[in-house]
Ligand binder design. Sequence first.
Ligand code: C5P
Length: 291
Amino acid sequence: GLSTGACRPLTAFPSAALSEVAYAKINLALHVRRRRDDGYHDIESLFAFAEDGDRLHAVTRDDGQLSLTIDGPFGAGLDSGADNLVVRAAHALKNAFNITVGAAIHLNKRLPVASGIGGGSADAAAALRMLARLWAIDRPMHALAATIGSDVPACLVSRTLMGTGRGEALDLCAIDGLGGMPLLLVNPGIGLSTAPVFAGWDRVDRGPLVADTLDALIAEGRNDLYPPAVALVPQIGAVLESLAAQPGVRLARMSGSGATCFALFDDSAQRDAAAAAMPAHWWTLSSRVRA
Ligand code: C5P
């Protein structure tokens, strides 16, 4: 065999890193129906996903440990310890299936944190998909995902879904014309936690979400968290007004508990023009609705 100092046995090489996209989540509509005794709210929400998002990578660790490193435009200041949802998801999966190998995970944080577009939930879900491949787990992860956060099951699927309960009870939704639609996300650069926004909901049930067509979703859909969110962060009002005023907008709405707002377009050139018209200090992401 080879005995030159430059060559080593193939088994000593690190396995190729797996990668996964944590697709940005949007709530095309979010109807809050009821405050529950457990503190959560029963919602009806149409989830959709952008084609773009955070990026995760992983390699196995033979010592059985889990580790997380973070970089990217929104990585600074993000906790990479045991409280990080990626780490919590990884530990939960490892324990649930008695996995002895570990993983070194890397998160490239490209989406603003605490911004209503999945963030930690999408990262946790992407970690579950990626580690299931790394560890050759071929079992349902929905229930495990729901223990990490209400939106993690939807993010696990990352397709257009109707979510009920606290958002974790899911049905696949086919809405004609939605997949591939040009999409613009805009955030004013102010973080907003989910709990205080739900706590500010006025407890008025404004009715169910019936979203069988795109036109019904646009005409009848609401985000009931918009009033409490804009009360906490008035800049959301400016973002939504700016988006709604752009030529070619089919729908402009706040996503989740904010502060990110989104707009749907029929034409990608109009989306690009809208993105260019936003103030430079606002974060924007031009993408499409994931089919
Ligand atoms: O499930 P998750 O930990 O992501 O939720 C964060 C917070 O958002 C909850 O503690 C709760 O205050 C609020 N929430 C809610 N109703 C939901 C989802 C979240 O009140 N359906």
